[in-house]
Design a protein around this ligand. Structure first.
Ligand SMILES: Nc1nc2c(ncn2[C@@H]2O[C@H](COP(=O)(O)OP(=O)(O)OP(=O)(O)O)[C@@H](O)[C@H]2O)c(=O)[nH]1
Ligand SMILES: [Mg+2]
Length: 417
């Protein structure tokens, strides 16, 4: 099965709650706050792994959740941090938000890490919350919720060289004799269903070759295995364009495949191409080969992948072409940040409904989730935080009066001016 785009849901762990506790020991004269803070929730982290070449693993992990932080303990002890979940992904993995309108980040090197769902911060216990003026806080913070995201994960392979051509021309056979890749080979079209990467070594050098599924006419419109493969080609710096000498008209094939590249992105035609005439073991017809040489302007080699002839020539030419081929400019990866607090604006919004004033917003949600509403002191603290954010003034401006209902998520209270 071919996998190159997958939607998954990722959940950072919730931070552990802070504890309210008092110090009472026989020989200690003054008690004091003794509740520890909660541990941070674990994060979901993607890690680049050069040994992986597909997103297959993610198919079986549609929901990925990191561990919650442990609650704070007495004697001022911190709760343990939740464990991170590390997911190995191939190089070239790109992470988007669900509808792909925003790129979250990209994995381009081995062991590179990308946080896709940050764990919540642990809530502070009453020991950590004590200040000069409030020496014994009778409240603690709850842990922050972890981030939850629906993400779309896409794989664009990072290969130096891409094998392109019609189905059954021998692309998989070729990669299996020049590299460590072992894709399936068969005498029917569309044997290769997803890209395979192989490492080629010649003398002191090495490069990565991608065996791509065969292209046919109108691939750019989604025909055959379609457009999904054309996007893998985008990142290859050199193309090995394989032609099958046993087909009726290899020259027409050559034109048709180049036409598909052009229709997908005209820039692809500027990439260096080495034309590989394959299956020479079946063809005696030297005239046909001479005719192809006349018509095709790209450099050319004649090989038999099956009998492994002239493969050295092919590899040296490829290596020479790579040395002078332009680098493909990569966009700089963007790391996912804790962007809740970086959002512009006041951090809340007031909506007038029939029976209440509703206050919502991301920043407000964070403060709300931190609050333990079973404790008066914690509720008062939340009220002070609202005032500091300007919520009180904003409510007044919107016309709120004494006795009106204010609803904040699941919590309701009366407005007192
Ligand atoms: N005689 C001969 N047959 C070959 C040669 N190279 C490949 N073949 C045969 O051609 C058939 C197709 O080969 P594949 O390597 O699977 O072709 P492909 O281009 O990867 O095909 P798709 O994956 O469908 O795009 C197989 O039966 C191979 O054994 C060659 O040099 N000579
Ligand atoms: Mg193949």
């Amino acid at each position: 099965m071919f996998v190159d785009e997958i939607k998954v849901e990722v959940y950072g762990g919730r931070g552990g709650h802070g504890l309210v506790a008092a110090r009472r020991e026989k020989y200690v004269e003054y008690g004091g706050p003794w509740g520890g803070s909660g541990g941070n929730g674990g994060s979901v982290i993607f890690v680049g792994d050069e040994g992986k070449s597909t997103l297959m693993d993610l198919r079986y992990m549609r929901h990925i959740k990191a561990q919650n932080g442990e609650n704070g303990k007495t004697k001022g002890q911190h709760g343990a941090n939740g464990s991170h979940v590390y997911v190995k992904v191939p190089l070239g993995t790109i992470v988007f938000n669900e509808d792909k309108s925003k790129k979250i980040g990209e994995i381009i090197s081995h062991q590179q890490e990308l946080v896709v769902a940050m764990g919540g911060r642990g809530g502070r216990g009453n020991m950590a919350l004590a200040t000069q003026s409030v020496r014994y806080p009778d409240y603690a913070e709850k842990g922050d919720l972890g981030e939850t995201h629906k993400i779309t994960v896409e794989l664009k392979m990072l290969a130096d060289v891409g094998l392109i051509g019609y189905p059954s021309v021998g692309k998989s056979t070729l990669i299996s004799v020049i590299s460590n890749a072992r894709p399936k080979i068969a005498d029917y079209p569309f044997t290769t269903l997803y890209p395979h990467l192989g490492m080629v070594r010649i003398q002191d050098e090495s490069f990565v070759v991608a065996d791509l599924p065969g292209l046919i006419e109108d691939a750019h419109k989604g025909l055959g295995l379609g457009i999904r493969f054309l996007k893998h080609i985008e990142r290859c710096r050199v193309f090995l364009h394989v032609l099958d000498l046993t087909r009726d008209d290899p020259y027409q094939d050559y034109l048709a495949i180049n036409h598909e590249l052009e229709m997908y992105d005209p820039k692809l035609l500027e990439r260096p191409q080495l034309v590989v005439l394959n299956k020479s073991d079946c063809v005696e017809n030297q005239e046909m080969i001479d005719a192809l040489k006349e018509k095709i302007s790209h450099p050319m080699v004649i090989i038999s992948a099956l009998e492994q002839t002239h493969l050295d020539t092919l590899l040296y030419k490829t290596s020479d072409m790579l040395k002078v081929a332009p680098k493909i400019v990569e966009e700089t990866p963007i790391e996912l940040k804790d962007y809740i607090f970086q959002e512009e604006g006041p951090g809340y919004e007031i909506i007038r409904t029939a029976d209440a004033y509703e206050v919502t917003g991301d920043k407000l949600k964070v403060l709300f989730e931190r609050t333990d509403f079973t404790r008066d002191e914690a509720v008062k603290r939340f009220a002070r935080q609202l005032r500091a954010m300007g919520v009180d003034d904003a409510l007044r401006e919107k016309g709120a009066q004494n006795g009106d209902t204010i609803r904040i998520f699941t919590y309701e209270f009366e407005f007192i001016d």
